[in-house]
Design a protein around this ligand. Structure first.
Ligand code: PSU
Ligand code: MN
Length: 303
């Protein structure tokens, strides 16, 4: 059976030449930011990848086909499809079978990037262990994906909407290297420090690329999680964002938000409660992650 997988011409030619390619997810577009900032951000992120010497490969499912690399019109259309499905490992094949349209989460983007032969993926935040998971059992499928699919994911750490300590524990159990870039504390998305030490630290993109290759050579399944702290000028310290997160979490509880809706609900509420400041920081950190992703992708093609 042939895979319903379409690589854009630009991505195909970059991969054939062995040129650096950075995968990008689409759930951040449909479920992570409001229109039109979602489209503007997606376009700016692609431009930043190119400026940094890598070909961007935004991944999404359009009418039952996995697209790796979207044309400008496809990106525009997806940004205005708020009812696109939110696809993780569990729903990818069903979406294809039903010829539906969906955005890929970190987990689904890793699966599709790996199918296309892309080794690096840059995004904002990953899913993780939600607070209260001891009762709700809400643990993102992103964590299990990192443990089994060989893609290096660059993020800005984990949001404090999650239980960051438990998220690090689950990653450790899954054998996922959690590497903070350039500092010893694990970052918390809007904030540079989560207050928790990072399990690993690396300061050189070439070494991160080498570690990616060595995991493969050792026969270890899974990828690497690279946590890249938000630039200092864009940071919202935990003391400021903390109370907003608490309020959003309390509202989610009262409204009985569950399953896939939890993360999008919290992101949307935090956006409103910070009057857009959270979004500005979010955009800055994604751009920062794409720059690092491009460096790792370039080093991967040499090492
Ligand atoms: N965290 C963010 N922004 C996001 C997401 C997470 O700060 O856009 C998205 C990513 O696509 C991630 C997904 O893979 O939410 C996780 O959803 P869940 O917690 O339902 O697994
Ligand atoms: Mn969940």
């Amino acid at each position: 059976m042939s895979l319903p997988l379409i690589l854009s011409d630009e991505v195909k030619s970059a991969l054939n030449k062995g040129a650096p390619v950075v995968a990008l997810e689409s759930t951040i577009i449909t479920h992570g930011m409001p229109y039109p900032q979602n489209l503007e951000t997606a376009q700016a992120v692609e431009a930043e990848a190119r400026n940094s010497g890598a070909v961007p490969a935004t991944i999404a499912v359009l009418n039952g086909m996995i697209h790796v690399g979207l044309e400008a019109g496809q990106l525009q259309q997806l940004a205005q499809t708020p009812d696109a499905r939110k696809l993780s490992r569990a729903d990818l094949a069903v979406c294809l079978a039903q010829k539906a349209t969906g955005a890929t989460t970190v987990a689904a983007t890793m699966i599709c990037a790996d199918l296309a032969g892309i080794k690096v993926f840059a995004t904002g935040g990953i899913g993780g262990v939600h607070r209260g998971a001891e009762n709700s059992f809400d643990i993102s499928a992103d964590l299990a994906e990192l443990a089994q699919t060989p893609v290096t994911v660059v993020c800005a750490g984990a949001k404090a909407i999650l239980d960051i300590a438990k998220t690090l524990e689950v990653l450790e159990t899954g054998g996922v290297p959690v590497i903070t870039f350039g500092q010893s504390d694990f970052p918390a998305f809007w904030a540079r420090d989560s207050g928790l030490p990072s399990p690993l630290r690396m300061d050189d993109p070439a070494e991160i690329a080498l570690a990616h290759h060595l995991r493969g050579a050792l026969g270890l399944p899974g990828g690497q999680l690279v946590a890249n702290p938000i630039p200092p000028i864009d940071e919202i310290p935990l003391a400021q964002i903390g109370p907003v997160i608490e309020q959003a979490l309390a509202e989610a509880k009262v409204q009985n938000i569950g399953q896939k809706q939890v993360t999008p609900f919290l992101l949307a509420r935090i956006f409103v409660l910070t009057e857009g400041r959270s979004l500005k920081a979010n955009i800055a950190l994604v751009l920062n992650n794409v720059r690092l992703g491009a460096k790792i992708a370039a080093a991967l093609t040499h090492s």
